[in-house]
Every structure is written in structure tokens, then in C-alpha cells.
Design a binder for this molecule. Structure first.
Ligand code: ADP
Ligand code: ADP
Length: 225
């Protein structure tokens, strides 16, 4: 479904990805793990069009999306759930969720998905008219996930969704990500919490200084790190 071949990109004169190749098959949950600075977030930013590739190819469902604009990539069905619970703090919960659906034209579908998200996350439903910035960290993370799902993506990119959350919330959050995959949406997950990500995933890539140094099932990487 997603294929990245020999991707090179970076910031200014720095090179963050030095020939990275990965593949995500439809319906899988794939994890990118590795130390800080390995290039995990940059990989997600390159896929969603936020960092322009210098060379290499990104293909999604057979289409070359290398260097495409972020909104076109979203329109093709790739949603990015960025690091740090980036909700719009002054907007309400409902407005944040509506932003996730801004490219959609199927209003009944949007309303149905909104109901589903409120049903699954009752705390968001209770706070739907409240400014997102007043929610707890865990609620903001769930809102960021809900907002990404409102785009009805075929592939969701999660960047460090467990960062800074209490352990009980982390478990709930991983359960939600597992449920998203079970419902048929493909997931690419970046995690510092490598053990949890490897336990959860179908396939994993270990990154080191902008390259893949190991690949395999999560259990294979746990057994032989
Ligand atoms: P990871 O997500 O694995 O921690 P990143 O993709 O964030 O790694 O970073 C890869 C490299 O790119 C690092 O050397 C980092 O310092 C650099 N980098 C990341 N973001 C920026 C940025 N906005 N500006 C300049 N350099 C950056
Ligand atoms: P379950 O009810 O299966 O235990 P959770 O309570 O852990 O699931 O949360 C699953 C969340 O993910 C819900 O908000 C659900 O609406 C959402 N979700 C799962 N898959 C999708 C999908 N493909 N599109 C939109 N939302 C999804």
C-alpha cells in the first residue's frame, strides 16, 4: 500500500534520512522504532508532504506521491496524527473534529463518524463545546486521534502517541490504535516506547541515523534486538 524507496531528506544542510526504504502492506500495523534523532518523525513528515524529499520515491496505492502537497496527500487518504497532541487549543472539541473532516463532501458520513467517535470517547462528547486547550493531556491525545480519523483515512500516521501520558491512559491509547487496525485502517506508528510498539505491530523497522538497520515481525525484534 505504501512503499518508500531510498528516501533522502533533511532540514537545511542536515540530512535526516539517508536512503530509507520501508513498506507498509494494506491492513497492517507497522512500527518505526529507534533512538531519538533516528529519523522516525521525519519519515512521517516526508510521507505527509511536510518535508520535501531530496531523492527517492514514495508510492501510495500505486500512485507516486513524492513531493506532493500535504492537502493532496490527505485527500489521497493519508492522515497524520502529529507528536505532542497538536489540537487547536482555542477551538472547541467539536470544531477540532470538524477540521479533520474539512476535505470531505459526504455530510451524512461525517455526522455518522462524529457520532461514532463521541460514542467511543464519552469524555470528548461531554466536552464537545469546551476549548480543546482545557482538556487533560490524555483527552487531547484522544481528540488528536479522533480528528485524524474524521478524515476517513486509509492510512494513519501516529507520531509518539504515548508521549507524556499516564500509564493507564497509554494502555487505552494503544487499545484504540489496535482497534483502528482491526477496523481495517492501515497504521504506521512511531514510538519511543519500543517494547509496546513491537508487541502491538505486525511488522517493524528499527531506524538508526536515517536508515533501516533491522526489519521483521515485532516478536522477532523483541527476541533479538
Ligand atoms: P526521531 O523522530 O527518530 O527522534 P527526527 O526525525 O525527529 O528523529 O530527527 C532526525 C534528525 O533530523 C535529527 O538529527 C534531528 O536533529 C533533525 N531534525 C528533526 N527535526 C528538525 C527540524 N525541524 N529542524 C532541523 N533539524 C531537525
Ligand atoms: P473497541 O470499541 O473496539 O474496544 P476502543 O474503545 O478501543 O474500541 O476505541 C476504538 C476507537 O477507534 C473508536 O473511537 C472508534 O470509533 C475508532 N475507530 C476504529 N477504527 C476506525 C476507523 N477505521 N475509522 C474511524 N474510527 C475508527
Amino acid at each position: 500500500m505504501l512503499e518508500i524507496r531510498d528516501l533522502v531528506c533533511g532540514y537545511g544542510h542536515g540530512t535526516a534520512l539517508k536512503g530509507l526504504s520501508i513498506e507498509v502492506k494494506e491492513g497492517q500495523l507497522v512500527a518505526l522504532v529507534g533512538a531519538n534523532g533516528a529519523g522516525k518523525s521525519t519519515t512521517l513528515r516526508a510521507i505527509s508532504g511536510l518535508v520535501p524529499p531530496r531523492s527517492g520515491v514514495i508510492r501510495f496505492s500505486g500512485r507516486d506521491i513524492t513531493g506532493a502537497e500535504p492537502r493532496r496527500i490527505l485527500a489521497h487518504g493519508i492522515a497524520h496524527c502529529p507528536e505532542g497532541r497538536r489540537v487547536f487549543p482555542q477551538m472547541s472539541v467539536a470544531e477540532n473534529l470538524a477540521m479533520g473532516a474539512y476535505l470531505r463532501r459526504d455530510r451524512p458520513g461525517v455526522a455518522a463518524d462524529l457520532d461514532r467517535i463521541y460514542g467511543e470517547f464519552p469524555r470528548l462528547a461531554e466536552r464537545r463545546h469546551q476549548a480543546a486547550g482545557t482538556l487533560s493531556g490524555g483527552e487531547q491525545q484522544m481528540l488528536a486521534i479522533g480528528r485524524a480519523l474524521m478524515a476517513r483515512p486509509r492510512l494513519v500516521l501516529f507520531d509518539e502517541p504515548s508521549l507524556g501520558l499516564a500509564p493507564t491512559i497509554v494502555e487505552r491509547m494503544f487499545a484504540v490504535i489496535r482497534a483502528i487496525r482491526t477496523a481495517g485502517t492501515t497504521v504506521l506508528l512511531v514510538e519511543q516506547n519500543a517494547f509496546a510498539a513491537l508487541e502491538l505491530c505486525d511488522h517493524a523497522y528499527l531506524l538508526e541515523t536515517g536508515r533501516v538497520v533491522r526489519a521483521g515481525t515485532g516478536s522477532a525484534l523483541i527476541a533479538d534486538p
